[in-house]
Ligand binder design. Structure first.
Ligand code: ATP
Length: 231
């Protein structure tokens, strides 16, 4: 029933067209991600990076080709069980008019204060939060405070990490975080995701230099893949 995700992902000759617009966003995309690897996806704006993340999350059906997860067709997996094991941070941060704690613990039934703190520490946002008068009980949104862009991104990273995901998918969610803080987050990830797969869509070289594999997209096609030294 609830198969444990290992994080081996394989795309074979995947073609994908957005059904509503007819835009062919991925063309003949093939790659393999081994369990425990750290993968970076780069490419110009509109090259298909978010689309790749969306397909891994199984938000759409593909036109042709195959996507397998741990050797099984992605299409055949129990969607809730699969997604529950993924820490997905979308490009557009979504926060609720609720406390910081509830924003981090979103979607989880029983969460301890310690788990919330640990997730916040790993996302390098703990110090910002405890500086607020009401700490983790601080309200966000209309009835509360407004976080900076980088703080919002880190709260949504904490939301992904508190799940202790088997697979992490970051869609360009470090763009508003300064380089030093980004390094801190990446150091934390290398510990907590040590034997687990991480997929980061990124822009800065500093984010991707330690990746096991960098996938370079251009106009929906993979134009290069390899590690930092090979490219
Ligand atoms: P960016 O770096 O700007 O986020 P990206 O590399 O992530 O870009 P995608 O967002 O995957 O690129 O977009 C690839 C192509 O698909 C673009 O032509 C884009 O206009 C189109 N596209 C993206 N999302 C959708 C959508 N929800 N519906 C229709 N077309 C889309």
């Amino acid at each position: 029933e609830s198969a444990r995700l290992k994080g081996n992902i394989k795309f074979e000759h995947v073609n994908f067209t957005y059904p509503d617009t007819g835009i062919q966003a991925l063309r003949d995309v093939s790659f393999e991600i081994g369990q425990g690897q750290f993968i970076a996806i780069i490419g110009r704006t509109g090259s298909g990076k978010s689309t790749l993340a969306n397909l891994i999350m199984r938000m759409y059906d593909i036109d042709s080709g195959n996507i397998t997860v741990d050797g099984n067709p992605l299409k055949g997996l129990n969607l809730n069980n699969y997604r529950n094991q993924i820490g997905f941070v979308p490009q557009e941060v979504f926060l609720f008019s609720d406390t910081i704690k509830n924003n981090i613990a979103f979607g989880l039934d029983q969460v301890t204060d310690e788990e919330v703190s640990t997730a916040a520490k790993n996302a390098a946002v703990y110090h910002n939060i405890v500086d607020f008068e009401h700490k983790f009980e601080t309200m966000l949104g209309e009835r509360g405070i407004t976080l900076s862009g980088g703080q919002k991104q880190r709260v949504s990273i904490a939301r992904a990490l508190i799940k202790e995901p088997a697979l992490l998918v970051f869609d360009d969610c470090l763009s508003a975080v300064d380089t030093r803080t980004e390094e801190e987050i990446l150091r934390n990830l290398s510990k907590i995701m040590k034997d687990k797969t991480s997929i980061l869509i990124a822009h800065r070289i500093s984010t991707i230099k330690n990746a096991d594999k960098i996938i370079v997209l251009d106009q929906g096609k993979i134009i290069e893949q390899g590690n930092h030294e090979q490219l």
